[in-house]
Design a protein around this ligand. Structure first.
Ligand SMILES: Cc1cc2nc3c(=O)[nH]c(=O)nc-3n(C[C@H](O)[C@H](O)[C@H](O)COP(=O)(O)OP(=O)(O)OC[C@H]3O[C@@H](n4cnc5c(N)ncnc54)[C@H](O)[C@@H]3O)c2cc1C
Length: 412
């Protein structure tokens, strides 16, 4: 069976790696010319995503990944703060959590290595369709079309393959825009280092302003103690942060700003909403070139709305089907789990028992459930932030946070 994968992001490469390992004829096409020259910060892989990955890549790739990843179990409990930096509560104990955070670049490079020369870079797909023989075909902007027995669209949020199958966009803007950056822990004042601590946290203020601070340290908190295998891009304790606001003309204009100008504008926006200066230090000390804007897109949370097409020899996975805002940190893990599930169902075809369309049908049913689960989680935070932008929501946030802060002071 020959499989063509459109898109060599996380899901497409994971699938390509698994197919190659099982001896399928596979080609993964991505428009990028260099897998390392890609955007992104860190990717969270929970236990389910890691066990899917173990099915797809060789043990040595997995070891290198874990040696380059920051273990959640070595992090303190997550914190919830108000806009003045007061502690409102803590998340669950992480000491038994098997999850890891890994640089997106590191993960993509390792997966690309596993796909080897079946990954074709610098190839922009312009469409999919069917040849005269009924076989699916992939068309390119500047090269001859290729045919396959199965085409899989792993081409992300703005997927051309999913649009072809669904007859329209598979997701829409979620109403929030995110601005991310990286700040070395050592660049912060001792007081702020202490307050933030070796933990991730979230603060939500009134009038639509939220701030996520994620902690990762692939060296000090390595998931696998094997420094000789390490290839993390992040080389010390680092906060990867994300400022979130409801989309508006004002936030759209922030997207035109870069580096120091964007950093200053973000801090100003929080300041105008009553955030304490201390809480903005992590923005002020961020590496200027690390700042980037991300519009959040989301597919429907209802399983029945996802992949709304009859199963056939063209399918899709990952963000192409269930585009998920990063607020649950589960989008990449779900794409990897999709890849492992598709590989398992294709195994039933090569074993001779199942027709290909039925295997795709079963795969898509599982993917709808997975997608709905992570979208429901991710949209909770999105809706919470949007709710603070209403008169009632702003008042409720302003009234409840001092009470929660006082209760937290009594508890700790
Ligand atoms: C630049 C970038 C940065 C990200 N940063 C983060 C992050 O910091 N944290 C986080 O949790 N998630 C991040 N994500 C999202 C996360 O990687 C995805 O949610 C997750 O990996 C789902 O994987 P996917 O394979 O479905 O899509 P993606 O990983 O988005 O991959 C899609 C791939 O398809 C390729 N592609 C698209 N259209 C075409 C075409 N027409 N022809 C050829 N190739 C095409 C793209 O170049 C891309 O490589 C980022 C995504 C991107 C693209």
């Amino acid at each position: 069976m020959r499989v063509v994968v459109v898109g060599g992001g996380i899901g497409g490469l994971a699938l390509g790696a698994g197919l190659r390992r099982r001896g399928y004829e596979v080609a993964v096409f991505d428009r990028d010319t260099d897998v390392a020259a890609t955007g992104g910060y860190h990717i969270t892989l929970d236990e389910r995503a890691q066990s899917a990955l173990r099915e797809l890549v060789a043990p040595q790739i997995m070891r290198r990944l874990l040696a380059s990843a920051s273990a959640l179990r070595l992090r303190d409990r997550d914190a919830f703060w108000d806009r003045r930096g007061r502690l409102l509560g803590r998340g669950p104990d992480l000491s038994g959590d098997a999850g890891v955070d890994v640089d997106r670049i590191t993960l993509r490079m390792l997966l690309a290595e596993a796909v080897g020369d079946d990954l074709r870079l610098g190839r922009t797909v312009s469409g999919v369709g069917q040849g005269d023989d009924g076989a699916p075909r992939v068309l390119f902007t500047d090269a001859a079309a290729v045919s396959a027995d199965l085409v899989v669209g792993a081409d992300g949020t703005h997927s051309l393959v999913a649009q072809h199958l669904a007859g329209g966009p598979a997701n829409r803007p979620a109403g929030l825009i995110g601005f991310s950056g990286r700040t070395l822990r050592s660049d912060l004042s001792p007081g702020e280092q202490r307050r933030l601590g070796p933990r991730s946290g979230l603060a939500i203020g009134p009038r639509g302003a939220a701030f996520y601070v994620g902690f990762l340290d692939p060296v000090g908190n390595a998931a696998l103690d094997a420094p000789e295998l390490r290839m993390s891009v992040t080389t010390g304790p680092t906060y990867i942060w994300g400022a979130m606001f409801p989309e508006s003309a004002a936030t759209d204009s922030l997207r035109d700003l870069r580096d120091g100008a964007l950093r200053a504008a973000l801090a100003r926006r929080f300041r105008e909403r009553g955030w304490a200066e201390q809480t903005l230090e992590v923005i002020a000390r961020a590496a200027p070139h690390s700042l980037a804007a991300y519009r959040f897109n989301a597919a429907s949370t209802r399983a029945g709305d996802l992949a709304p097409w009859p199963a056939g020899r063209i399918t899709a996975l990952g963000d192409a089907v269930h585009a998920t805002p990063p607020t649950a940190g589960m989008g990449a893990g779900a794409a990897i789990r999709d890849a492992a599930a598709l590989l398992r169902h294709l195994g039933d075809v090569t074993d001779g028992g199942t027709p290909p369309t039925q295997a795709v049908h079963r795969f898509e049913a599982g993917m709808r459930r997975r997608g709905s689960e992570i979208l429901t989680l991710a949209m909770r935070t999105v809706r919470l932030v949007l709710a603070t932008d209403t008169t009632l929501g702003a008042a409720a946030t302003a009234v409840t946070t001092p009470i929660l802060a006082a209760a937290a002071r009594l508890r700790h």
